[in-house]
Design a protein around this ligand. Structure first.
Ligand SMILES: Cc1ncc(COP(=O)(O)O)c(C=O)c1O
Length: 499
């Protein structure tokens, strides 16, 4: 296992771009004059507000919503909790210490997330030229990228070759010929079809060579073509519910390692793909830790500690989901009868409400269509009063734009804020500005201790590259003020504020 894995370790061959930054955004906040501490750090090109350890995304969102409301503003926003990204990394390295994460950029390509993960020593799974450029642009070395799209555009393969990205997946003959012609130096990882049929998004229909016959034949053809195969990958499906699929994939990988070696391939990479849950309870009863137990047991059998295989995975939602909290406002309200919401004829005499909110299916809630998510919103500030049948619609003119078809909520009024947690995976990465509705603004927070840790990691990383250690991260005592300032600093103050 490389030394890149622990929360407190770093990747010696990563660097970070020095990105320009601006406090324009924070100039919205009331000016302050006295500072005990620096209040912001710049990570990549993102302004991150430093908050005390007690401040959660929800506290921060509440303060931000109050501030916007006071200013007669109602635009939706995300709170991105950098400390939560660090906590997820800690969970990963604790449960799967032998598996190096290659974060799947497709899941959420926000630069802050990519930057933090690069600083923590994560590597990257990229599926296109654009994703490769986004990662390289942070100063990440090309060896830290796996181009994990089994069917690649020819010009993108040439681009990968020019940018010295060598590791890439394939699952069919045509791709082998294409890569041989366009990128003969490439080191290939054969993707095999292994599936948890109960996964939220099974991927087997599209990708993966059949492992018993097609995969050995591809290994043989690659040897004949003199194309180097260095590993086996699979993806059990995003939102995996049955971790035994991982054990099956690992067993196949072992068999194919042996086969590949027979053909003279330098087999060294086992890539377990994605499928890990974004947060507790995300995919039914199986926990990340249970999944990890199954994986570790299978690795101990087929690739025991000390063997020369390098075990990697491509987690997406595991890192992205829980760090992003979305807040939207109610922009419109219609009084209806409950039958219109519930479709139950016998509810015609009950009051119900339809609300229109300022993010929808064409924006962050595209996850409803693409990721089979059923979002659950609630008032950012608890509301008294009875619950009513409620439908939540997005802001566009399309009736497909339905965020929650039926739920029970207290009565809301225009201008009220709703919060949706765990909204970082497959949300704004595919969101559009259809009908002229802009994407939510991004507000980022990090605790003081984690900001110090990130500084330390970045400095070590940059020193490893012989670069200026201040690159990529800086702190500011700007006098633009801070939302966090209006938040309590201790548990006691918190409880005084909220109860
Ligand atoms: C090749 C590949 N790797 C990794 C991922 C990330 O999966 P997840 O978000 O379930 O971890 C995906 C998602 O579709 C993928 O296609």
């Amino acid at each position: 296992m490389s030394n890149l894995m622990g929360l407190y370790t770093f990747s010696p061959n990563s660097t970070s771009a020095v990105a320009s930054s601006s406090f324009e955004d924070t100039a919205l906040f009331a000016p302050r004059t006295h500072h005990m501490h620096k209040k912001h750090m710049i990570l990549g090109d993102q302004d991150v507000e430093i908050v005390s350890n007690e401040i959660s995304s929800l506290n921060y969102a509440t303060a931000m919503a109050d501030k916007l409301t006071k200013e007669s503003r109602d635009e939706p926003f995300f709170v991105v909790d950098v400390s939560q990204i660090l906590r997820r990394h800690k969970v990963w390295t604790t449960a799967l210490p032998r598996i190096h994460p290659y974060y799947a950029v497709k899941c959420n390509n926000h630069r802050l997330l990519l930057n933090v993960l690069a600083t923590l020593g994560c590597n990257f799974d990229c599926a296109s030229k654009g994703e490769i450029e986004a990662v390289l642009d942070m100063g990440v070395a090309p060896e830290r990228i796996i181009y994990a799209n089994p069917c690649k555009t020819a010009s993108y393969i040439r681009h990968a070759s020019a940018r010295r990205v060598k590791t890439m997946t394939f699952d069919n003959e045509q791709e082998l010929y294409k890569i041989k012609n366009l990128h003969p130096e490439a080191e290939l990882v054969l993707r095999i079809a292994v599936s948890d049929p109960t996964a939220v998004c099974p991927l087997n229909l599209k990708f993966g060579a059949e492992p018993e016959t097609a995969a050995p034949a591809l290994l043989k053809l690659a040897a004949v073509l003199d194309v180097k195969v260095v590993g086996i990958s699979f993806h059990v499906g995003s939102g995996c519910r049955d971790p035994t699929a991982f054990a099956i994939g690992i067993a196949y990988a072992h068999k194919l390692f042996e086969k590949g070696k027979e053909f003279g391939h330098p087999m060294r990479i086992v890539d377990l793909g994605g499928g890990f849950p974004g947060y507790a309870g995300a995919t039914g009863h199986v926990t990340f830790e249970q999944m990890a137990d199954v994986i570790n047991a299978a690795l101990n059998i087929h690739f025991p500690e000390g063997c020369d295989a390098q075990i990697i995975a491509e987690p997406g939602r595991f890192y992205a989901a829980s760090a992003f909290t979305l807040c939207c406002t109610v922009i419109g309200k219609t009084n209806v009868t409950a039958d219109r919401v519930t479709k139950e004829e016998n509810m015609k005499d009950q009051p119900a409400f339809m609300y229109y909110i300022n993010d929808g299916v064409y924006g962050s809630f595209n996850c409803i269509l693409y990721d089979h998510v059923q979002p659950v919103g609630r008032p950012l500030k608890p509301k008294d009063g009875p619950n009513y049948w409620t439908a939540l619609w997005g802001p566009t003119c399309d009736s497909l734009d339905l965020v929650q078809a039926q739920c029970q909520l207290p009565q809301l009024t225009e201008g009220d804020w709703l919060v949706f947690e765990n909204m970082g995976a497959y949300t704004f990465a595919a969101g559009s500005e259809f009908n002229g509705f802009p994407r939510p603004e991004i507000r980022c927070i990090v605790t003081r201790s984690d900001s110090t840790l990130l500084h330390m990691l970045r400095a070590k990383m940059m020193a490893g590259n012989g670069a200026d250690s201040s690159s990529g991260i800086s702190e500011s005592e700007d006098d633009a003020g801070s939302v966090a300032e209006s938040l309590p600093n201790s548990d006691q103050e918190m409880s005084e504020m909220f109860f």
